[in-house]
Design a protein around this ligand. Sequence first.
Ligand code: KG4
Ligand code: ZN
Length: 340
Amino acid sequence: MNVLALETTCDETAAAVVTGDLTVRSSVVASQDKLHERFSGVVPEIAARAHVERILPVIDEALRRANVGLQDIDAVAVANTPGLAGSLLVGLVAAKALCVAVGKPLVAVNHVHAHIYACRMASGKNVFPCVGLVVSGGHSNLYRCEAPYDFRYLGGTIDDAAGEAFDKVAAMLGLPYPGGPAVSRVAQQGSRTAYRFPRSFLNDDSRFDFSFSGLKTAVRYTIAGKGNPELQKCELPDSQVSDIAASFQEAVVDCLVGKALLAARRTGLPTLCVGGGVAANGRLRQRLADETQRAGVELHIAPLHLCTDNAVMGALAVERLKAGLTEDLTLDVFPGLLRS
Ligand code: KG4
Ligand code: ZN
């Protein structure tokens, strides 16, 4: 069995061919980072138009590298939630057209669930049931994952996602987009304790939610001074940029690790799976490894190439297909987060 998976939820156009036994036959990712760089963030209209230009060449290349033709595809999978509406629509319309052309079923993939499923793909073994932590540019969520098609929402960010906070803080510090890699690079030279930034909800044992907007504001006040909106006029020495980056990163990591371990304790689940772009962060990976080991929790973090958006994680569709979970052509996009 061959499943063609498409991913266009944000600013990466991706396609992969995976088999029924979860072998990856090909994976192609066309990044749009260069197009959005000068805006320090993803511009939805630019992203949607770029997906339109790239989706067919990316699919062609994925089929070519897998050495299969369209006639060899048994199902088409597409991430239809959550994401940018215009971006999601490009993938969904392409997937529907292919399903009609080849007469094969359509499978819907929840993009944030797929970020956790990247751990299953990388580990080569069953990771369910587990606690799932997704930390990406758009989402910071915790799930109780009973099975690949049974994710229960435990909590998530009530304002900014961790990745968004990284991107915004990078912009405030004059660092390039995407901000996560840039902040973590300069943080290596900084002190994690130079500034005591807020850790929201960490002391509240009853909730699995996150909040990063207060932290973002605290960084802004540190750079510009309270009540001063003129960030452009702030010329910080490199050492201060590094200290702010390291202290900010430590605050984010404290919240993510603290809540993920709390979820593991509360649910009694023995395994923690972590995915999404921010899971590429070296300090987060190190702290997760140390603290899950101390807590006796088995840890799976997506490998770097499966942390940021890709279509391999869309192999989640193989499990849905086997469970008989296919869609008809009325399937729509859902830009917001479905809390289930
Ligand atoms: O999962 P992803 O590719 O896209 C979404 O689904 O949002 O995540 C992108 C996010 C961006 O905010 C980027 O700054 C962040 O992941 N990111 C990182 C690192 N690499 C990427 N954040 C912190 N440290 C990193 N090394
Ligand atoms: Zn993502």
